[in-house]
Design a protein around this ligand. Structure first.
Ligand SMILES: Nc1ncnc2c1ncn2[C@@H]1O[C@H](COP(=O)(O)OP(=O)(O)O)[C@@H](O)[C@H]1O
Ligand SMILES: [Mg+2]
Length: 295
């Protein structure tokens, strides 16, 4: 078991993984160690004839210390699941938990604090603050929370993302891939229990995307974090320890030790009509198709 020593291996009080001995390819931790999970998650947008059932009774856990990808066709509910699991949106029925905390039991302020202290976010569009430097962007969530940054941890993070030379630059002076690496560092800076990433490589070329995926993988393997990533790219999903598949708002399959080829095969089985457009330019549009139960 060769695990690098140093700050990235040190685990804070909120490290719920507790499986520091995990190495790639070992079994999923036993039940009860989900860093995040939803039970019977249902989300209906709108009402009456316009109602869209974006999630339809999904129960799924995201094990601590693991990298899980959420896959499915455009409109299958991936972003909705992530947003509800991360406390960015509320369920119509069912429950979402971060560790042992049920999000629905929290008031607005408590929910804001939980998101700030226990969750990191990475979005497709980077969402860096243009007027702040790279260094300031990375520590922004910690600063907003009024917490003192763990210098050693942040310095190690900067090292891992490989942007030490760029700390005083503004996001506009960086490439898309570099910006997204800053966003990943920002998401990790406060040592969150879970990092949720929605299509983090959606705006990147394949090389930059690969760097971001490697970084997310290292966050799990070398830093003991938990990552949940929405993607519709089989190649991206192959970086995860496990893939969960959504179709039409339902959990339809799970796959451990995924490869791009196996994920692609599984995706094709959902809906042959989609094969011409497996990855639309903007995911999550209103093109959700009804009927046609998943294979
Ligand atoms: N705010 C919203 N209002 C109404 N419908 C929405 C809203 N957000 C998502 N939907 C619908 O819910 C379904 C699932 O969307 P989404 O979770 O974004 O899918 P995915 O991320 O898998 O592409 C889609 O039919 C989408 O049009
Ligand atoms: Mg989406």
């Amino acid at each position: 078991m060769s695990r690098p020593a140093g700050p990235l291996r040190s685990t804070g009080p909120r490290d719920t993984a507790g499986d520091g001995g995990r190495s790639a390819g070992t079994a999923v931790p036993p039940d009860g160690t989900a860093a995040a999970r939803v039970e019977g998650a249902t989300k209906v947008y709108g009402s009456g004839d316009a109602a869209v059932r974006a999630l339809d009774g999904v129960s799924v856990g995201f094990p601590a210390g693991r990298f899980t990808a959420i896959m499915g066709p455009s409109g299958s509910g991936k972003s909705t699941l992530m947003h509800c699991a991360a406390g960015l949106d509320t369920l119509t029925s069912g429950a979402a938990y971060i560790g042992g905390t049920e999000l629905g039991s929290l008031g607005d302020r408590q929910l804001t604090l939980l998101r700030r202290e226990r969750i990191g976010f990475v979005f497709q569009s980077f969402n860096l603050v243009p007027t702040l430097t790279v260094a300031e962007n990375i520590t922004l969530p910690i600063d907003l929370a009024g917490r003192r940054p763990d210098r050693e941890w942040v310095e190690a993070l900067v090292d891992v993302v490989g942007l030490g030379e760029r700390l005083l630059h503004r996001p506009g002076e960086l490439s898309g891939g570099q910006q997204q690496r800053v966003a990943v560092a920002r998401a990790l800076a406060g040592r969150p229990d879970v990092v949720f990433a929605d299509e983090p490589t959606g705006n990147l070329d394949s090389r930059s995307g690969g760097e971001v995926l490697d970084l997310l993988g290292r966050a799990v393997r070398d830093m003991g974090r938990t990552v949940v990533m929405v993607t519709h790219d089989p190649g991206a999903a192959a970086h995860a320890d496990e893939v969960v598949f959504l179709a039409d708002g339902r959990l339809v399959d799970r796959m451990t030790a995924p490869t791009a080829g196996r994920v692609l095969d599984r995706m094709k089985a959902f809906d042959g009509r989609r094969q011409d457009h497996p990855a639309g330019p903007r995911d999550g549009g209103g093109d959700r198709r009804r009927g046609g139960a998943p294979a």
